[in-house]
Design a protein around this ligand. Structure first.
Ligand code: NAP
Ligand code: GDD
Length: 365
């Protein structure tokens, strides 16, 4: 008999990577996707025809829908809750919705599993955002976050994640559930949503490169002119359509994040559920970089060393409260799960840039 898993949030970045991983391990996978007026299955489109993959329609804010899916699959071995309103900035504008999905959605799944007496293992997608402004300091004075660092959440998203995280601990202790939480630091890649800062940057750069290509030119300060919000090609100023390109608009460039590759991180999720005992684990690279440094790497990939004229700061992308510094310590995951990340920032940027440049090339040709 195949091991059976349910993935809530299957259409997202992590859901698609986890689907690939579990199918490669010979699982039967039920992916839960919510109804939407447009198709949201782009990231899993190659899996839809696979006989061991099945889509189920459901919404984790609706307990009836969660119960229906679990009842139909009460022989499930592993349940992964990756579903969330996962954008921190948006959580300030839609705090109620974020609470319902990111916080209460987790409770809906946990309580349904208990009520239906389903004996399975459960994974919750917790987040380094839960640490917010908090950190520990090691003997060399380096700031870091691990499983013992206290939470000081700085957004409606992070508060919802903390509530879900404590709910997992409660169900583990109160009902003896095999429920684990991965406290994952930022992880990115070629499937990352387009409004997260790394992907916004790599997509913009690839668009900019293909705009220059249209004019058979490359980035060279001497042939470009810079307005407040646009970039122009000097020789084309008067006559050509499309001679201007909007600058990359960003918010806070000084925030530091511990960025890893999503494909690496879903392996840690799976490994947690293979342990005899449930637990919480920090998953990260242990390296932190500012958004500014990410820009250096990404622009550097296409040979641009000074990007200051290409980027404009737009207060629209500032958040009412910011998390300034995240840098994890994944020693526990390394010791207990044998998990270590394969990608550093350089490999991550390379993967994302290669992909986005390639996509732009295909759309032009
Ligand atoms: P993502 O790309 O935004 O995916 C979120 C998924 O949740 C999507 O499939 C989305 O479906 C689904 N979803 C949203 N509301 C739902 C609802 N009411 N019912 C059912 N499904 C719903 O996020 P991700 O980057 O893959 O992250 C996966 C999980 O890890 C999230 O819980 C996120 O908060 C957490 N996390 C992510 C990171 C990171 O850096 N990526 C770090 C720490 C924790 P639609 O396609 O219909 O929108
Ligand atoms: N999104 C975005 N857009 N962020 C920007 C921008 C911009 O234009 N300009 C600067 N930033 C800054 C944000 O203020 C933040 O400090 C940093 O870039 C990273 O922002 P995001 O990429 O949106 O990620 P996040 O760190 O807020 O949240 C992600 O990681 C969490 C784990 O720490 C999400 O994936 C969360 O779901 C996840 O839990």
């Amino acid at each position: 008999m195949k091991t059976k898993a349910i993935i809530f949030g299957v259409t997202g970045q992590d859901g698609s990577h986890l689907t690939d991983l579990l199918l490669s391990k010979n699982y039967e996978v039920i992916g839960v996707a919510r109804r939407c007026s447009v198709d949201t299955t782009e990231r899993i489109k190659d899996r839809l025809e696979c006989p061991h993959f099945h889509l189920a329609e459901g919404d984790i804010t609706d307990a009836h829908s969660v119960i229906g899916i679990l009842k139909e699959n009460d022989d499930v071995d592993e349940v992964y809750n990756l579903a969330a309103q996962s954008h921190v900035g948006i959580s300030f504008k839609q705090p109620g919705l974020t609470w319902d999905i990111t916080g209460k959605g987790c409770l809906n799944i946990l309580q349904s599993l208990v009520d239906l007496e389903i004996d399975c293992r459960f994974y919750q997608a917790s987040s380094s955002e839960m640490f917010g402004d908090s950190y520990s300091v090691d003997k060399d004075g380096k700031k870091y976050q691990d499983e013992n660092t206290k939470f000081l959440p700085q957004s409606p998203y992070a508060i919802a994640k903390v509530a879900a995280h404590y709910m997992v601990r409660l169900f583990r202790e109160a009902y003896g559930m095999h429920a684990s939480a991965g406290i994952l630091f930022n992880h990115e890649g070629e499937r990352r949503g387009e409004n997260f800062v790394t992907r916004k940057i790599t997509r913009w750069i690839s668009g900019y490169c293909s705009w220059l290509d249209r004019f058979h030119t490359s980035h060279n300060e001497n042939i470009l002119a810079f307005g407040k919000d646009e970039i122009y090609i000097r020789s084309r100023l008067d006559n050509d359509e499309g001679f201007e390109y909007p600058k990359l608009r960003l918010g806070n460039l000084d925030a530091c994040r511990d960025w890893g590759y999503a494909g690496d991180y879903v392996e840690a999720m799976w490994a947690m559920l293979q342990q005899e005992h449930p637990d919480d684990y920090v998953i990260c690279t242990g390296q932190t970089h500012s958004v500014r440094e990410f820009l250096d790497y990404a622009f550097g990939y296409v040979g641009v060393t000074d990007w200051s004229n290409l980027v404009t700061i737009d207060p629209e992308f500032y958040r009412p409260a910011e998390v300034d510094y995240l840098c994890g310590n994944a020693s526990k995951a390394k010791n207990r799960l044998g998990w270590v990340p394969k990608y550093g920032l350089e490999e991550l940027v390379q993967t994302m840039m290669e992909h986005d440049l390639d996509v732009n090339l295909q759309s032009v040709s």
